[in-house]
Design a binder for this molecule. Structure first.
Ligand code: 13P
Length: 258
């Protein structure tokens, strides 16, 4: 069983003041715990400095939600991996289904973003997941396989050791309908088997595969007790300290029981 990683994806939410309050509340609580879980908070870009300043003195790390596929240059509105590195950001979500759907991100672009991040020693949290229609047509394994292969399989072993994968079935995101623990486990085991075939047992075993999609304090414990679920990528439930802290507690419970 891998160490649990719990990532907050705030998406495009919170005023600056609300962000300050939420980060402080989470930091104050977890700093009283002997924490074994790796906690990562990914606020919107304008709050990254706030996040990384707090992260310096707390038990969580700061992550971004996206980065540019390009090096610095004339790309108005973009944020480079080098800039994230300058802010001491340690993680970055890439290839979220909302970016694929609303900003037409492709696997090819996501692969370039992953390269940019790894060049700067920022850990990419690479999202994959199928639409409901694809699952209903029994295409979900093929879709996830091509997302994994096309975004990650150009990496060599050393690079692959610094990657996190998040399986987020699109039909479960923000709907209140999570994948059942059995559905999630089945896909996570499939993803791990793909990694194992290409990179070997050691890398596959160590690679954290997170589940995302309506993960909340009620279902977190059962999801995290599945063999191949190494933590969660949390949207809505990360926007309230109480809920996010309960999810971290669920991860801690699973670690202690193993
Ligand atoms: P919800 O937890 O709100 O379903 O969002 C999941 C997600 O998209 C995290 O990246």
């Amino acid at each position: 069983m891998n160490p649990k990683v719990i990532v907050a994806n705030w998406k495009m939410n919170k005023s600056f003041e609300e962000a300050e309050d939420l980060i402080s509340e989470i930091a104050e609580a977890i700093d009283q715990w002997t924490l074994q879980t790796q906690v990562v908070i990914c606020p919107p870009f304008p709050y990254l400095e706030l996040g990384s300043d707090h992260a310096d003195e707390s038990q969580f790390s700061c992550g971004a939600q996206n980065c540019s596929e390009f090096d610095n240059g004339a790309y108005t509105g973009e944020v480079s991996a080098e800039m994230l590195e300058g802010l001491e950001v340690d993680f970055c979500i890439v290839g979220h289904s909302e970016r694929r759907a609303y900003f037409n991100e492709t696997n090819v672009q996501i692969a370039k973003k992953i390269d940019q991040l790894l060049k700067r020693t920022i850990i990419p949290i690479v999202c994959c997941g199928e639409k409901l229609e694809e699952r209903n047509n029994n295409n979900h394994f093929d879709i996830v396989k091509s997302q994994i292969e096309e975004t990650l399989f150009h990496l060599d072993n050393d690079m692959m050791e610094n990657v996190i994968i998040a399986y987020e079935p699109i039909w479960a995101i923000g709907t209140g309908v999570n994948a059942t623990p059995a559905q999630a486990q089945e896909m996570h085991a499939f993803i791990r088997s793909l990694i194992e075939k290409k990179y070997g047992t050691q890398i596959a075993y160590n690679l954290p595969i997170l589940y995302g999609g309506s993960c909340n304090p009620m279902n977190a414990l059962e999801l995290f007790t599945q063999n191949d679920i190494d933590g969660g990528l949390i949207g809505g439930a990360s926007l309230k300290a109480e809920n996010f802290l309960s999810i971290i507690e669920a991860a801690e419970t699973v670690i202690k029981e193993n």
